[in-house]
Design a protein around this ligand. Structure first.
Ligand code: FES
Ligand SMILES: [Fe+2]
Length: 460
């Protein structure tokens, strides 16, 4: 870390000057939010859509971030992105998902038209305009940078930013080994949370909360979580080999019913089949034997179903992963066996955000599916949410309120397990301070370190 970071952060209000302390104002101050709007969001790679949302020619979605709106459209020349505004007098052209193959995009005001490639194809009453105003370079839809990874289209408003994969860093290889680009949606939920977008993300950046927020999971961990039992005492659980393995299976089953995607029901069925497997007497050796069998069995089951499966055991060895992988600034993937959950978080106002969750699974190619075209929107406290996100969401409104209660100046972070929060928050300061794109891309690759990371040096 730089010896004296202060001068570089001049002009950044509520900057993180001690990496273990995150100023409270960053989660509600209107000027800080405004600075993020102007200096952060226009310069970052943002997950704009999953490609299975737009499988056919002409399929498009609208991606919005604060006041900005982008059309992401499947064209003959591949998926493209355009600024979503009529070139005549600015009307937003696309709202929500649709297909433009037959009609293109038609402005509802005076009927100007564009094809999927963004070329203007019709101006009503052309002759009443000064021809100079109708130069194609002026009236074709301006493109937005778009690149692809993990079965998703990512957009960036900054033409100077290094490419997507370079910016994301080593997490790309870790997840590519798990065939991340082949995952398909099982379901998709969205909710508006009454919290700052960063507060919502931070609920998923450490496992320290599992003991209190998800006691049903903590109680099923055969090895006491974080080396502590629920009273914070260091203790070993007194279980025999079969109980240890039984508890592990119960844990995955509860994780699956409570979080879906992270462990898919097809995977739980495979694990359940191992309940009576032969085990060595030592509980830890039994757990090791079970995990090896489980990984092999999930792999074999995927192959048997014709899914684009990878060798789970081999990949876990060659590409160790984190339970939560983060792609700055707002995208998460949560691997376990082969299925994953995903999150995307977007700011709406200083104290509200849009939070989406996907359950993703490796499905046999060509297997019929009914890919949702939009998230099922639920109230954040809806009982329809799976148990685990509902538990996480339940803390967040109280946390946002607590920030205003008085005498709360900063978050105090565990430097060993809550470092991920510090790392990306300091990266945000790099954007707000206007650091150069190459430095920020390097720091992004570091901040994408995964769950429970310690506080890291971002190189500035
Ligand atoms: S504003 Fe779109 S055609 Fe006039
Ligand atoms: Fe959680």
């Amino acid at each position: 870390m730089a010896d004296n970071p202060a001068p570089a952060l001049a002009g950044v209000p509520y900057a993180v000057t001690d990496p273990e302390l995150i100023p409270a104002e960053r989660y509600h101050d209107a000027a800080f939010f405004e600075l993020e709007r102007r200096r952060l969001w226009p310069r970052v790679w943002q997950m704009a859509c999953r490609l299975e949302e737009i499988p056919n020619l002409g399929d498009y979605v609208e991606y919005t971030i604060l006041e900005k709106s982008v059309i992401v459209v499947n064209t003959k020349a591949g998926v493209k992105a355009f600024h979503n505004a009529c070139r005549h007098r600015g009307v937003r052209l696309a709202t929500g998902p649709g297909n433009c193959a037959k009609t293109g995009f038609i402005c509802p005001f005076h009927g100007w038209r564009w094809n999927a490639e963004g070329t203007c194809t019709f101006v009503f009453g052309k002759e009443i305009f000064n021809p100079a105003l109708l130069d194609p370079a002026e009236i074709d839809l301006p493109p937005v940078r778009v690149e692809f990874w993990a079965g998703c289209a990512f957009i960036n408003f900054d033409d100077q930013a290094p490419g997507l994969l370079e910016t994301l860093g080593p997490v790309v290889e870790t997840l590519n080994a798990r065939n991340v680009d082949k995952l398909k949606m099982d379901w998709w939920y969205g909710t508006v949370l009454p919290t700052n977008w960063k507060l919502a993300m931070e609920a998923f950046m450490e496992g320290y909360h599992v003991m209190r927020t998800h006691p049903q999971l903590f109680d099923l961990l055969p090895v006491a979580g974080y080396g502590m039992d629920a009273d914070g005492e260091k203790s070993a659980r007194q279980l025999d080999a079969r109980q240890t393995v039984g508890l592990m299976i119960d844990f995955y089953a509860r994780l699956s019913s409570g979080m879906a995607g992270m462990v898919h029901e097809t995977e739980v069925a495979v694990l359940e089949g191992l309940r009576d497997m032969d085990l060595p007497e030592d509980p830890m050796a039994a757990l090791g034997a079970f995990m090896a069998r489980a990984q092999a069995a999930v792999t074999a089951d995927g192959h048997a179903r014709g899914a684009p499966m990878f060798d789970v055991a081999a990949v876990n060895q060659s590409h160790p992963f984190h339970d939560v992988e983060f792609m700055f600034p707002h995208f998460f993937l949560l691997p376990s066996f082969a299925a994953m959950s995903a999150y995307r978080v977007r700011p709406l106002t200083p104290e509200t955000c849009l939070f989406e969750i996907w359950s993703l699974v490796l499905r046999p190619e060509g297997e019929a599916d009914d890919t949702p075209k939009a998230p099922t929107m639920l109230a954040y406290d809806s009982p329809e949410f799976p148990e685990i996100p509902m538990q996480d969401y339940s803390n967040l409104p109280l946390q946002q309120l607590g920030l205003h209660a008085g005498q709360f100046r900063h978050m105090r972070l565990s430097r060993e397990q809550e470092g991920m929060i510090s790392n990306y928050q300091r990266l945000i300061d790099g954007f707000l301070a206007g650091r150069d794109a190459a430095t920020l891309a390097k720091a992004t690759a570091i901040a994408n370190s995964g769950y429970n990371a310690p506080i890291l040096d971002l190189g500035f």
